[in-house]
Design a binder for this molecule. Structure first.
Ligand SMILES: Cc1ncc(COP(=O)(O)O)c(C=O)c1O
Length: 374
């Protein structure tokens, strides 16, 4: 059987990893500034993580959501403590798209409306409603296209108001820093205005923190910089450091009922053990502080780069926008300098999504390589 060929692949076969590095079958070392797409948060094969998962799988790896699972409760408690998001309710699933799918569905259950408002250049995943809220017609199948979505420019509050006034929009979904779209963000006034319009028009505000959450920006969530209180917060990627887990934090005003949402694998024992360890390490190793400090250092190093148009993003969700397309440069970084980086919809942007454990020496290595190619 062949693989369904949907991924253009780099010709590299990692077989093991440690901290900031991955190694191929010849033991060649690659510096991972991509984190497997913002997934590796506490570093590859962190000893505490390996131990916690190994212990858990030797006791109980999985049971369905038909029984008591104290690990889910512990995860909800620890998430509340570390994020500072008080009194939210936690629903666990398996991926970012699934988190957004549940968020959108729950919004529609809650207020009985059916349309979605999303932003231009957004990415929210590939499932039924998440994919129509994604601004990329290429990945929307006719089946999905039946759902109704309005796309608005990020920052355009007037258009948001005009649409919400029609009283058909169940949810506004927003990435406070757009990931795949190219690290654009708007102002605190915009996000606060969005929150207030959603309240006025009985519309659920969903903060998609799938990529930006779990400490990546230096705050636990990217929206916290803007002092807003979303109704639903979706999480995944960094949450499990590679173990598939996602979830939504749900405001106490939204009430549950039996059977409203559900999943077989979501919130299983192994996934909870992985995520609990991620939270423990983020706290113990002060990784949110490290994310802020390393981002400042990165910006400082970037200032004298030739051909640089702008530095985009925040924390360790940061990018360099050049005045030329970066595909060839990224290839040189990976094949010649052995450094993984990320791309974006914007062809001139190199994205950096490293583990939150990154140190100055890794940033220095990246800039030395970059300068030698510019
Ligand atoms: C902001 C955002 N939301 C949702 C998703 C979808 O997550 P997943 O690929 O886990 O379904 C992504 C993935 O890149 C993302 O960046």
């Amino acid at each position: 059987m062949s693989l369904f060929n949907v991924y253009p692949l780099f010709d590299i076969k990692p077989i093991r990893a440690n901290g900031m590095y991955v190694y191929d079958e010849n033991d060649t070392e690659y510096l991972d500034l991509y984190g497997g797409h913002a997934v590796i948060s506490i570093g590859h094969t962190h000893p505490k993580y390996v131990k916690a998962i190994s212990n858990q799988v030797s006791k109980l790896g999985f049971y369905s959501n038909a029984i008591q699972n104290p690990l889910q409760e512990k995860l909800a408690e620890r998430l509340e403590e570390l994020s500072g998001c008080k009194d939210y309710q936690l629903f666990l699933c398996n991926s970012g798209a699934e988190a957004n799918e549940n968020a959108l569905k729950l919004a529609s259950f809650h207020n009985g409306k059916h349309k979605i408002l999303a932003f231009k250049n957004s990415f929210h995943g590939r499932t039924s409603a998440a994919v129509v809220a994604t601004d990329d017609p290429k990945i929307v199948a006719p089946l999905n296209a039946q759902q109704e979505v309005d796309f608005v420019e990020l920052g355009d509050l007037d258009s948001v108001e005009t649409i919400l006034k029609n009283n058909q929009t169940c949810a506004v979904i927003v990435e406070c820093i757009q990931g795949v779209g190219g690290l654009d963000q708007s102002t605190p006034e915009f996000y606060q205005g969005l929150e207030s319009l959603c309240k006025t028009h009985n519309t659920i505000l969903i903060a998609d923190e799938v990529q930006s959450g779990f400490g990546r920006t230096g705050d636990f969530f990217a929206f916290q910089k803007h002092q807003i209180t979303p109704d639903i917060i979706s999480i995944a990627k960094g949450m499990g450091n590679g173990f598939p887990i996602g979830g939504i934090l749900i405001h106490p005003d939204i009430k549950p009922s039996f059977g409203l949402l559900g999943t077989t694998f979501g919130g299983n024992h192994l996934a909870c053990a992985a995520s609990l360890t991620v939270l423990e390490v983020i706290e113990e190793e002060k990784l949110m502080n490290n994310a802020s400090e390393m981002a400042d250092y990165f910006i400082q190093k970037a200032e004298d780069l030739p051909n640089l148009k702008s530095i985009k993003g925040r924390g360790l969700m940061i990018g360099l926008e050049f005045d030329f397309p970066v595909a060839e440069l990224r290839k040189k970084l990976i094949y010649k300098h052995k450094i993984f980086t990320g791309s974006a919809k914007n062809p001139n942007l190199i994205r950096i999504l490293p583990p939150l454990t990154i140190q100055k020496k890794h940033i220095d290595a990246f800039f030395d390589a970059l300068k030698s190619e510019l």
